[in-house]
Design a protein around this ligand. Structure first.
Ligand code: PMP
Length: 446
């Protein structure tokens, strides 16, 4: 389809904006617009409510238009709008780092700020490389990711990432990377609630990669505790522990990308706590400000930070950072967000609601074309059998139908429908969400 000519420069013109990760031409034929949001709902420009089934892009964990966060951002803009991120400091960035470190398990005591999840991933990979370099093991440069992994869109992130479309158009990528196997086996894991029983052995694939390259060349392994953007794949029971053991055995740093799983999505501040596994670094973003102001960062264990702080004290320890690392508005938003999470007990609430949520999501089993369902924390994913004419078709249709007909925001990855509502969702809203989803699934069944 070609789009009708549009007047240029009018407020309604949609042409100038090149939308990310979107089929621009078909979107612009039939736009899905939201103009306002409050609590569990978005509202279209015409005022129609759209239930937020996805917490925006897995980020608005406290729901929308939360007054304490709004006030903190407004007050901060008045008081200190921007401060240089390096060689000067401002009080809230130190406070935010201390609060985030206090939430993290073990000795993940230090925080390096970035502006997004992608920047956080590249920052963690660079810290890993620099760590081995200054530790006299400069041959350890290889970075290992996982099939079906997503670590943002920087060159580091796409090189260790395992989403084919995010890689294949962009040339040779970083050299010296490799990937271990993903953890999904539909036959043996289908319709598992929470962590599947089968699949801890997928961690052993790291042994294959170590044999191939030798541990003396490997810097780090990066994985999402729950792979999010490739369809919500919870880790098999025992998998992450096994990965930690293998990294310890071979002297390889372990990085958890908790951009999605951080800040309550799995019922804990970090998935590392849920799974009782302490990685060497954790990347975070999204929920740290409940999506209100862009912010990302890397939590770093003491031994790594200390390695950098061992030299003369008047030299820059790490040549890395961003203009917007620890931006005052983001720092203020994160402090207010973390207060809200604590005051409303939203992480505990998510954990308490998980069994009810899992039952509600699993009730979609038996609907037409549903070939698998996964749940963990406040995450659900439904796989639909692909249409004959191609993977993703049913998924796109589900987004269209959901938004325009049912007033529901969902996300798809291929033919997987993923949903992850704000953690303020009530039990009756869970029923409402699942009811809408059931109608969408039936509608796209033909
Ligand atoms: N890592 C993971 C696990 C993510 O899910 C995402 C975003 N969905 C990113 C990194 C990238 O974050 P951003 O879009 O903020 O760069």
């Amino acid at each position: 389809m070609t789009s009708a000519p549009r007047p240029i420069g009018t407020p309604n013109d949609l042409e100038a904006y090149w939308m990310p990760f979107t089929a621009n031409r078909s979107f612009k034929q039939n736009p899905r617009m939201v103009a306002r949001a409050e609590g569990m709902f978005y509202y279209t420009p015409e005022g129609k409510p759209v239930m937020d089934g996805t917490a925006g892009l897995w980020c608005c964990n406290a729901g929308h238009a939360r007054e304490p966060i709004i006030q903190a951002i407004q007050a901060q803009a008045r008081e200190l709008d921007y401060a240089p991120s390096f060689q000067y400091g401002h009080p809230k960035v130190f406070a935010a780092a201390a609060r985030i470190a206090a939430l993290a398990p073990g000795d993940l005591d230090h925080v390096f700020f970035a502006g997004s999840g992608s920047e956080a991933a590249d920052t963690a990979l660079k810290i890993a490389l620099a760590y081995w370099n200054i530790s006299g093991k400069g041959a350890k440069t290889r970075l290992i990711g996982r099939e079906r992994g997503y670590h943002g869109v920087g060159f580091g992130g796409i090189s260790v990432g395992g989403m084919v479309n995010n890689r294949k158009f962009f040339g040779g990528l970083l050299t010296g990377t490799d990937h271990i196997s993903h953890t999904y086996d539909r036959e043996k894991q289908a319709f598992s609630k929470g962590e599947p029983d089968y699949g801890a052995h997928f961690a052993d694939d790291l042994e294959r990669v170590v044999t191939l390259h030798d541990a003396s060349t490997i810097a780090a392994v990066i994985v999402e505790p729950m792979a999010g953007s490739t369809g919500a794949l919870p880790p098999p029971k025992g998998y992450l522990k096994r990965l930690r053991e293998l990294c310890d055995k071979h002297g390889i740093l372990l990085i958890f990308d908790e951009v999605i799983t951080g800040f309550g999505r799995l019922g804990y501040a970090f998935a590392a706590e849920r799974y009782g596994v302490i990685p060497d670094m954790i990347t975070f973003a999204k929920g740290v400000t409940s999506g209100t102001v862009p912010m990302g960062g890397v939590l770093v264990r003491k031994h790594i930070y200390d390695a950098f702080m061992g030299g003369p004290d008047n030299v820059i320890e790490l040549f890395h950072g961003y203009t917007y690392s620890g931006h005052p508005l983001a720092a203020a938003a994160s402090l207010a967000t973390l207060d809200l999470y604590r005051e409303e007990g939203l992480f505990e609430r998510a954990l308490a609601m998980e069994p009810m949520w899992a039952d509600a999501v699993m009730s979609l089993k038996g609907e037409p074309n549903v070939v698998d369902i996964r749940t963990v924390g406040m995450v659900g994913a439904v796989d639909l059998a692909p249409r004959a004419e191609g993977v993703g078709k049913r998924g796109y249709e589900a987004i269209e139908r959901g938004f325009h007909e049912e007033g529901l925001m969902i996300r798809t990855a291929g033919d997987t429908i993923a949903f992850s509502p704000p953690l303020i969702i009530t039990e009756s809203q869970v029923e409402e969400l699942i009811g809408k989803l059931r109608r969408v699934i039936r509608a796209v069944a033909g």
